[in-house]
Design a protein around this ligand. Structure first.
Ligand SMILES: Nc1nc2c(c(=O)[nH]1)N[C@H]1C(S)=C(S)[C@@H](COP(=O)(O)O)O[C@H]1N2
Ligand SMILES: [Mo]
Length: 392
């Protein structure tokens, strides 16, 4: 079993047990997807926030639903598929209510392979620089899945959504979020322009299985390329509107602040919404703190690109002086999926710092130093992933 030391690098976590699952996880009666894995690393039980052990993450190019990280903000709603209706309104010609079978029968099915990644993935690395608010995720708040559903664009067009730049598509969900003294339905929005791209899905299945309750049964949004927060689970309604969703999740959370911002100054400081995720890469094997036998060692991990894809991945074992090009072991024919890379190195005896960096298709790369991208909320930790190991 993975331990805190080898997997989370300083993040506090618990191992989830089957008892935890039976009390916390609501399972949908009509869906029969696989049970959640018992070895997710739990940062918080309520809301349930749990990440995939990274060695396991690297073992399957498509992350099984049961092993997929879970990021909740409230409790998991139990939704009956038969009575389920999705409401669509706002700046549309015809407000509509659609059942799941309406969605499945009226619109062409679409499959998209895409990464889901929390904006807080790898946040734990920022703790070395200064205080960060939020769960201390390691590099396992990410997964790659094949999503099945319909294009949101088709559904919006059928409802006669107004077109126009500057409009937003807001999504509201069935879970209630409790933040400080505030209670509200989970809600976020994306620009209409993004919403009208064909790969943004209203999805009911993940890797060919109905969504598990934890991952949004019966219907969730999947916005490839964007931070996970913009892909609501347990979708209740969609509104086309002039403004971003007026919820604390959209207006206060998941925004990037300047490095000078503190918890106290956050309310008045400028910030930008986090939508597109930057290039990133992580070393999954060996684990941080591992002691390896002298000789050749295989280093393995994942990398994600921007809309320009991943062109190259490099690994260093001297903290970033000399770089060795990794082999791309697996990739899909879409820029939304991750890639798996590996490199075989002959490591001398001693203490080493492994580092990985990726380049996108236009030469862009990751920053070397986490201090350069520190922000008080610990979002977008995309600097070189560094892992200390020992040989001999
Ligand atoms: N309704 C709802 N949707 C949600 C959330 C949530 O708490 N409630 N969390 C978001 C966040 S921050 C992330 S990272 C992803 C995680 O999706 P997963 O739990 O299926 O991995 O869901 C997003 N959608
Ligand atoms: Mo997230």
């Amino acid at each position: 079993m993975p331990t805190r030391r080898t997997v989370l690098q300083g993040a506090s976590c618990l191992l989830v047990t089957h008892t935890t699952w039976s009390t916390l996880a609501a399972s949908a009666a009509t869906a029969a997807p696989t049970e959640p894995a018992s070895d997710l690393l739990v940062h918080s039980k309520l809301p349930l926030n749990a990440e995939t052990p990274i060695a396991k993450l690297r073992s399957s190019f498509v992350t099984p639903q049961a092993d997929f990280y879970i990021r909740d903000h409230g409790t998991v709603p139990k939704i009956d598929e038969t009575g389920y209706r999705l409401k669509i309104g706002g700046k549309v010609e015809t407000p509509v209510e659609l059942s799941l079978s309406d969605l499945k029968s009226r619109f062409p099915e679409r499959n998209v392979m895409a990464v889901m990644q929390c904006a807080g993935n790898r946040r734990a690395d920022m703790v070395d620089v200064g205080y960060v608010e939020g769960d201390l995720w390691g590099p396992g708040a990410i997964g790659n899945a094949e999503w099945t559903g319909v294009s949101l664009a088709d559904v919006l067009s059928a409802a006669g959504a107004e077109d126009g730049t500057g409009l937003h598509v807001a999504f509201f969900a069935h879970d209630e979020v409790v933040m400080k003294d505030d209670r509200f339905d989970y809600g976020v929005s994306i620009p209409l322009e993004k919403a009208m791209t064909p790969d943004v899905l209203l999805a009911w299945a993940m890797n060919g299985e109905p969504l598990m309750a934890e991952h949004g049964f019966p219907l969730r949004v999947v916005v490839p390329g964007y931070a996970g927060t913009r892909s609501p689970k347990w979708l209740a309604s969609i509104m086309v509107q002039d403004e971003e969703a007026d919820t604390p999740i959209q207006r206060k959370e998941y925004r990037l602040f300047p490095p000078t911002t503190t918890k106290e100054s956050a309310d008045k400081d400028p910030n930008v919404v986090i939508n597109d995720m930057p290039s990133n890469a992580a070393i999954c094997i060996p684990a941080a703190g591992a002691t390896l036998k002298p000789g050749t060692t295989k280093i393995e991990g994942y990398a994600i690109g921007t809309q320009n894809g991943v062109a190259k991945v490099e690994v260093s074992y001297d903290g970033g002086e000399i770089w060795h090009e990794a082999t791309i072991d697996k990739q899909a024919d879409t820029q939304w999926a991750w890639i798996f890379w590996s490199v075989v190195l002959d490591l001398p005896t001693g203490q080493h710092q492994l580092a990985v960096r990726s380049f996108d298709g236009v030469g862009g790369s990751q920053p070397d130093d986490i201090a350069k991208i520190w922000n008080w909320k610990g979002y977008l930790a995309y600097s070189w992933h560094r892992v200390s190991i020992r040989v001999g």
